[in-house]
Write a protein that binds this ligand. Sequence first.
Ligand SMILES: [Zn+2]
Length: 65
Amino acid sequence: MSSAHPAEGTEPADRDGSAAPSGTVAGPEGGESACWLDRVCPRCDAVADGPPPARCPRCGAELRG
Ligand SMILES: [Zn+2]
């Protein structure tokens, strides 16, 4: 029987946080849950892919913030 458990101390040193490409940069999503309400199409209630000004992916209506 061989245990696949890695012993402590065998992890790479870049786990210290110095190798983070964009760790502090938070994405547009994951914030307030109400922010996506601006993306809801007033005509068909579809949700646009991005924040306004955007276009409804379903009916093509213009979404204004
Ligand atoms: Zn729409």
